[in-house]
Each structure stands twice: as C-alpha cells, then as structure tokens.
Design a protein. Sequence first.
Length: 353
Amino acid sequence: MLWLGREDLQPHKKENFIKALVEFQDKCNRLYQSQALFLAAAGLAELSKCSLVYEILLEITFLGFGIFDSKNKKWITFPTVAEEAKAGLRETHRQSAISVLEYLLNTIACDDFRLEIALYLGENFIVSQDIVEIIIPLMKNFRRQISPQEREDTRNKPINIFRKIAIANPKVIAILIQFINSSQNEEDRQAARSLLYDIGAETIEGLALLKGYLDTSKDEKVKFLLFGIIQIINVTNKSRSMFTCKIAPKTPEEVANLIYEAKDEEICCKAIRELSYTWGNQDAIKKTLTNILYFTKNEQICYHAASSLRFVELDNPLATSTLTELIYTTQSPTIVKSVIDDLSIEENFQLFI
C-alpha cells in the first residue's frame, strides 16, 4: 500500500496493479479473489483517482450488505465475507466509500438493506440530518415487520446501533426533535419519539443526554416531550428487574392477556408502557390499549393505558377524554399531577385542586 503512495511512480503503473487485483481469479470459490478485492480497496486510499474506484467499492458493498437477485426475486447475502467487506469500506478512500453508500441508500428499494447502510454510515462515517431522517421511517418499518419470535439480539441490533450513534453524536437528539415538530406524518413522528426513548432506555449515557437536553432547552414543547419520555424511562427502569423475572410478553395480544390475568398492578402498568415503545404495529397497539381502557376498572392501569395511547396517537379522542375524566374522578393526587403533565394544562391546575 505504501508503494501505491509513492509519487515517483507513474499513475498507469499503479492503476495496472489495482486492475490486476480486481481481475484476479483464484478458482477456489472466490476465497482469495475476495482478499485481492479487499487489498485493491485498501489501495484506493492511496489512489483515489483510480478509474476502477466505484466498480471496486460497489462490489465490496454488495459483499458486505447483499445484492438483489432479480431473476429469483430474492436478496442474496454473503455472511462468510460480510464483516470483512464492511471493514474494507472503513479502510478505503473515505469520501469515495461515502459516495457509493449514499448512492445505494437513495436508489435501492429494499428497506432492510437501506436501514443497514444508513446505520453503517452513521456509525462509521457521517451523521447528518438527511441520514437520521431516512433512518426514522426505516426503523418504523423494521419494528413493524420483525417477528416477535426472532432472536432478541436480531430484534435489538438496529436499535443498539442507533443508540450508539446518538451517544457519540448528541446532535441526533436535536434532529429527532426537529423532525417531530415539523413532520406531518403522525406515524413517523411516533417513530422518532420511540427513537428518543431508545436512546435513553438502556444506558446511563443515553439517559444523561436526554436529561442534559431537557435542562438546557428553552422550548416548552421540547421540555414537555423530553420530560414525558424520561419519566417513562424512569418508571421502566425502576421495575425492569421484577418485570424481566416474571413476564416477557412479545406481542400486543400477550400484553393484553397479561393485563386480563395479572394481579400485580405495577407489572401491568409496566407492560402497558413497554407496549407503546417496543412494537411497531400501530394498529395492533392502539386496539390493545383501547380494549384495556374499555374493560379495566383500575385507575392506575386506566391512566397508563390512556397516557400510552395518547403517546402512540397524540390526538386520540378516547385517550384525551379518559385522562380528562380521571382528573375529576380519581382520589389520587399522583394521577392528577401525571394527567396534568400529560395534557400540558399546568395553567389550569388550580381548577382541579
């Protein structure tokens, strides 16, 4: 690689060397052929003006993330070399790699492929408003499509990567908040709120970022948004160990069954809160929360179901009317204060006490 960086060598000699690596045929099921390609990619760091740069990087990207087989209508991956190919992209000419990845991100139709590329870009190269705003609906679709029967590490991998990106790049929080305030798509706004929750839900660093943004923001709507998310995270963390030991619901239906059968109020409330963030099927979530509101007579469960339903769908009339009614009917000052926080009606607090 240092040889390619020598200024006393004629450019065509360097290009011929790269070309020889690209055209190498090993007749060993591509075992050494892929290694030659990775070597060529590393060489591009010293020879970025090579005419083969995009051909090389496109092939390595396909090895790393997969390629669509149009004849058989299926996505083909290469697990034996995928991680090595992704490492090769990190080691090649930076701007060329970014250009190829952004091109594919904006032209490929497969959402899973696009999400993986967007997260890879954010984790290894750049974090921009465009990339974060691409990730939001892709993550929504991922949550909606992923089967509850999938392994937990498979279900959580994209979320964990996004959390890592956000912790390393706090501006992600500002981008998400701006998106929530400007988007006209309620499902996408909910997806962005869920990502804010994901940032703070599992790590001290992530929660500290949300709290820091809350403390420094002068925008009351932003403070209200972050306060609600942090409050839910705190409730979740408080009962996480007990919840994990006793139950592990995977679908909205399982959560509903838990509420019907369980006698532990705290676990029920925890399950309801988890539901509004964990699963992406918005219709199933709203149906489950609505059914809970219709049958439950427990004020705590009723409050958490209505609050969660309003989180999923801000203008849901049943959620708003239930919360408003609770202010007048409950004997619990804690529920009254929580409802007032949820509905952001602090200026009218004196009317209810």
